[in-house]
Design a protein around this ligand. Structure first.
Ligand code: NDP
Length: 336
């Protein structure tokens, strides 16, 4: 009897979202799994808030292949509920947040993960804020400070300016003195983006290249941050000035189609990069540098994290539907 009891008490169960196949939001299943105890170098985190990102839909659909069955979700905040051997930078009871590449398990009440991914939350940063900004905020940091280091007074073009990354990136860019031309799909989103420090906001249906040239006295911009992909790639190249940087960092409309280097030569010796956050926070030191920069921007009030959609964790599919239908602005949170 005693043996049976201790076995049962050692197995802790958690509610989670799982997918057994790739597909639409309907493949997300609300289920219960065992979490277990952390191994060496691992921690267990009880989530308090979970961030939703468009990238989650790429994993769900199979656009970014992952091993199945799988969980989902790259960023979250919570409280450390157990640590494995060799973990000394966080302790049970610490408030933490993280962003991780696969294996994914953010859409869970509780999970195990590599403790090296965890950063302690400073006082004054709410759990919901942290969960909403780890992926989107550190992405904004590397785009503006690493992929193309933006200088004071420089113009930038940024798509989906009212979205999750867009709302943070536009505030951050204007906070460091850049002049932001945002692009959005509706008048309502235009108003949202204007409130985030965009100097001009164009509607996607406008003649974007002509308007960008007009606003920059015919010169074009030194950098375009393009998260839309297939539908906007060529247009973005056409917005650049000679030697300009095309930073293609997402595929909201689908994957960019093949192009030839000659397309860069004919438009003025352009540069193209296709970055991912993981290469900029690969080491613990890089993670601390990026997260500290983010906490400082938010702490200084230059960037505010707007959570405009909230869903119960069990309704993750509904959150995906709204995000993919372009019905959201700012950040989206799941509550466990
Ligand atoms: P958003 O909140 O920005 O939502 C996506 C937005 O993209 C929509 O609201 C919509 O804005 C725009 N959009 C344009 N065309 C489409 C389309 N065909 N389908 C859906 N949306 C479309 O999402 P996130 O903040 O989560 O992510 C923004 C982008 O950043 C994504 O492309 C994502 O992959 C990328 N990303 C890249 C990272 C990297 O390191 N490379 C890391 C994190 C995110 P509108 O209606 O105004 O056009």
């Amino acid at each position: 009897m005693i043996l049976t009891y201790s076995w049962i008490s050692a197995v802790s169960m958690t509610k989670t979202i799982r997918l057994d196949e790739f597909g639409g939001p309907e493949v997300l299943k609300w289920t219960e799994v065992a979490t277990g105890d952390p191994g060496p170098g691992e921690a267990r985190v009880a989530h308090t808030a979970i961030g939703v990102n468009l990238i989650d839909t790429y994993f769900r659909s199979g656009l970014y292949p992952i091993e199945l069955p799988s969980g989902l979700g790259s960023e979250a905040a919570g409280v450390v509920s157990a640590v494995g051997s060799g973990v000394d930078h966080v302790q049970v009871g610490d408030r933490v947040a993280y962003v991780t590449p696969p294996p994914l398990d953010g859409y869970s009440e509780e999970r195990l993960l590599d403790a090296a991914r965890l950063v302690k939350l400073p006082q004054g940063v709410e759990d919901e804020t942290a969960a909403a900004m780890m992926l989107k905020g550190m992405t904004s940091w590397y785009l503006l400070h690493r992929s193309y280091p933006v200088q004071v007074g420089q113009w930038i073009v940024l798509y989906a300016a009212a979205g999750g990354v867009g709302s943070i990136l536009s505030q951050w860019a204007s906070g460091i003195g850049a002049r932001v031309i945002g692009i959005v799909s509706t008048e309502e989103k235009r108003e949202v983006a204007l409130g985030h420090g965009c100097e001009h906001v164009l509607l996607a249906e406008e003649e974007v290249v002509g308007r960008v040239r007009e606003l920059t006295d015919g010169e074009g911009v030194p950098v375009v941050y393009d998260s839309i992909g297939r539908d906007t790639f060529v247009q973005s190249l056409d917005c650049l000035r000679p030697h300009g940087f095309m930073v293609s960092f997402g595929n909201a409309s689908g994957l960019v189609e093949p192009f030839t280097p000659l397309d860069l030569q004919t438009r003025g010796s352009l540069y193209v990069t296709r970055p991912t956050l993981w290469n900029f926070i690969a080491t613990r030191d890089e993670l601390i540098e990026a997260s500290s920069a983010l906490f400082n921007m938010v702490g200084s009030g230059k960037v505010s994290i707007e959570v405009n959609q909230r869903y119960p964790l069990s309704s993750a599919a509904e959150a995906h539907r709204d995000l993919e239908a372009r019905r959201t602005t700012g950040c989206t949170i799941l509550s466990p």
